[in-house]
Structure formats: C-alpha cells, structure tokens
Design a protein around this ligand. Structure first.
Ligand code: GDP
Length: 431
C-alpha cells in the first residue's frame, strides 16, 4: 500500500488528527517525550482507497533537542513514505523546528500536504493564511478537535498519494518455479516424475526459441509454471556443451522464478557449482527449496559426510527447507509441494511496522550493540519496506557491525519464521 507519513512537532495535534483520519479514538495517544509508542503504522482508508498511515510521533526514544528530534522524524518519514502530511499549529505559527522540517521536505521532492491545525475560530483562520509563506502550497485548515476540514484534507492527500504499486504476479496466476542444479543431478528425472502426463507446454517467450520453454503442471491442487523446462531437458544441445550458455540459462530461469528448487546429488559432495547457483538464488532474492536427490545411493557413511558438508557449505542458506528424494522412483517427491508452500509463505511474509519496532526494542534491550570508539549506534526505527523477498530498512545513529546485523537477521527468523527466503537488511545511518 502507498505510505503516508504524518510529521509534526509534539502538541500540534497530530495524534488527534491521526485518530480523526482513522475514524476511531483508540490507539494513538499524545506524544510523551522520551516514550516510544509501539504502534506507528495503521491501515487507513478514505473514499475507498486504502493506504498505510505512519505516525512519526513517538520514534526517537531520546528526549534530545526538539528541533533535532523533529528533523530526524522528517528524514525518516521522507525516505519511507510516498507522501507526507505535515501538521503545524496555526495558533502558534511557524517555529524553528517547523522550518527545519520544511527544508527536509522541500529537498526530498516528495509530495507534501500541509495541514494547519487548531483552526478553531475565524481569527485562527486568518493566521493560517500566513502559512502560504512556507512554500508548501495551500495550508489546509483543520480543527482536529472539532473534526472540521479533515475530509477536504484527506481529499488533498489522495490527490498526491500514488496508487498502490502494481502487483508483479497476476493474482491467482500460477507460481513460477525453476528447477536448477548442475548437469546430471536429476533435474529432468524430477520434472518427468512431477509432471507425468499432466504437462501443458506454454511457449511464452515469443520469438526467442522454437523450443517450448515453460510448462504448466498441476501439483497438490495448484497449477505451477515450471520455468525453462527445455533447458532442463537439454533439448537445446548447447546447454550441455557450453558452460557459459548453460549458466546464462540457469541464471535467467532463477531471475524469472518466484521459487527455486536446487537439485543436489545426495551421493556426491556438494560442489563449487552448487554453491554458485545457491548464491545466485540468494542474490536474486528468490524463495528456495533444497532437494537432495539420488537418496537411494546414500548410505550411512555418505550420510555422515553429507551432514558435515551441509554444516560447512550451506550455512548461508540454512533457512531453506530441505528434502531428500529419489527422483528416479518418485520416493518422497510428494514432500516437494509442502516445502514449496512453506518457502513461498516465508518469502511473502510481511510484518507490521508496529510489531517490528516492538521486536527491535526487545532485542536491543536484550543485546545492545557493542560500543565502538566510544560510540554505540542505536536503532531509531525499522520498517519492512517490501516482501517477496522481505527487505528491512533500519534507521540508526551509525553503522552497525556485520555481526550485529547477522544477529538481527537470526532473531528476525526465530521470531517471525521467514522459512525458505533470503532476507535483506538495509541500514541507513544518519550522517
Ligand atoms: P539432469 O541433467 O539434472 O536433468 O539429470 P537427469 O535427470 O538427466 O539424470 C542424470 C542421471 O541420473 C540419469 O542417468 C538418471 O537416471 C539418474 N538419476 C536421476 N535421479 C536419480 C535418483 O534419484 N537415483 C538414482 N540412482 N539415479 C538417478
């Protein structure tokens, strides 16, 4: 959903206004300096359009200088939001802190709607006109307390707020799945067993090849689109001969897929090339399932070494569901769909800003960042900026140690699942 951030000094009536917009009186309380609220984002709707309202009110747990606090709020809001609702107190007029915000907002180029609150009488309304001087366009006069003007204000907001971003996947369309792996691990055996007679060939990359590239296959009551099955079945001779061509094909398939199944030969050591493919899946941000094939050839001794290889070579993809199969006979291939479902669920998981910040508060209290050169970077605020794959943005007072980022990732996984998906954490330190 598009994000609208509400910015303004404490006491300008932000919370009352937010409550008006949400049409309910619960949840949002006035700012208390030094107190962080755990809920900062809300689903809102106006005239049938849904958006996410982010209230920047209670972010900075430090009661530092007011001007500084509000400037930080504005910076965070701007980098997070699609549009900003800037609330000023018309009865008081513009303060230095407001001026600082205006500079940040202007520089960002994000659409801004200016709300002049506490316009409770005619005198205040006259004062509000002075706000044209801010250069942010028309000041929309409201009285959050009396509910006056908030409808017009919301109309103005919807005019500048972009529509929800287009979904990449056609809703309800088949999931795109790529079976990847080095030659001879059993990819085509697996595909053949899975597809059986039910395959439907679709030639969707027009003009690039005469080979059918994808197939629609029904598994576990859903239709899946298997990407580049021609490559899997080596109908194209080059695939086995030219390594570069094969690689290009693999990485294109990964790029087009939502979820990848990497097939590894359980009876052989994990190879350099396997790890290269895994890295590609991780970097492309796709959901992942690991299938150890040729399990019929895995004896107790091999099993022993395999467990060690998994610990050593697959640490980066520990989160991926693993299944052991024998493609040739079909043994355990019915475990593939549940594993795919779990991976896709993790990949698409979205956690609310409120829950994320409550979680961050808890883990920081339990395990603060180590002090570096007399300084201890703090996390001011976090937000999951996208899903499929999950990407998190953390606003901090300084760079975080690699080890600390890994700690956050590990705790995120423990807390929220994220099975089968890479996670990206972007840290945005304030200069
Ligand atoms: P691809 O190159 O990854 O598509 O691999 P193929 O599916 O062509 O399989 C390569 C070879 O491994 C063939 O001889 C298959 O019969 C054999 N193979 C595939 N799966 C299994 C399995 O589960 N067990 C055993 N023993 N052999 C298998």
């Amino acid at each position: 959903l598009p994000v609208l951030a509400v910015v303004g000094r404490p006491n300008v009536g932000k919370s009352t206004l937010v409550n008006r917009i949400l049409g309910r009186r619960e949840a949002v309380v006035e700012d208390i300096p030094g107190v962080t609220r755990d809920r900062v984002s809300y689903d809102a709707e106006w005239n049938g359009r849904a958006f996410t309202l982010v209230d920047t009110g209670g972010w900075d747990p430090d009661a530092r200088g007011m001007a500084e606090r509000i400037r930080v709020q504005a910076e965070i809001a701007v980098s997070l939001a699609d549009a900003v609702l800037f609330v000023v107190d018309a009865a008081i007029g513009i303060t230095d802190a407001d001026e600082a915000v205006v500079r940040v907002l202007r520089k960002s180029g994000k659409p801004v709607v200016l709300a002049a609150n506490k316009v409770d009488d005619e005198r205040a309304e006259a004062e509000a006109f002075a706000l044209w001087n801010l250069g942010l366009g028309e000041p929309h006069v409201v009285s959050a307390l009396h509910g006056r003007g908030s409808g017009d204000l919301l109309d103005a907001v919807l005019e500048v707020l972009p529509e929800a971003p287009e979904q990449e996947r056609e809703i309800g369309g088949p999931r795109r799945i790529a079976i990847v792996g080095r030659p001879n691990v059993g990819k085509s055996s697996l595909l053949n067993k899975l597809a059986g007679e039910e395959r439907v060939v679709v030639d969707n990359v027009a003009g690039t090849t005469v080979d059918p590239v994808d197939e629609l296959v029904e598994l576990g009551g859903q239709t899946w689109r298997f990407i580049d099955t021609a490559g899997i079945r080596k109908r194209v001779k080059e695939a086995s001969g030219h390594e570069y061509y094969a690689w290009l094909r693999t990485s294109t398939a990964i790029e087009r897929a939502e979820v990848c199944v990497i097939v590894l030969a359980g009876n052989e050591s994990i190879a350099e090339q396997d790890m290269r493919i895994l890295q590609e899946v991780r970097e492309a941000g796709k959901a992942l399932v690991i299938a150890f094939n040729k399990w019929d050839l895995v004896d107790a001794e091999r099993r022993y070494y395999l467990d060690r290889e998994i610990e050593r070579d697959l640490v980066q993809v520990q989160w991926a569901p693993r299944i052991n199969i024998t493609a040739r006979t079909g043994w355990h291939i019915d475990r593939l769909v549940p594993a795919l479902d779990r991976a896709i669920e993790g990949w698409e998981t979205r956690i609310s800003t409120g829950a994320l910040n409550a979680f961050l508060g808890r883990i920081v209290a339990e395990h603060p960042h180590p002090v570096r050169g007399g300084k201890q970077p703090r996390i001011l605020f976090g937000s999951q900026v996208s899903s499929a794959p999950p990407v998190f943005k953390l606003f901090t007072t300084g760079r975080l140690d690699q080890g600390y980022e890994r700690f956050i990732e590990r705790r995120l996984r423990e807390e929220f699942g994220f099975v089968g998906t890479p996670i990206e954490i972007k840290v945005q330190p304030r200069e």
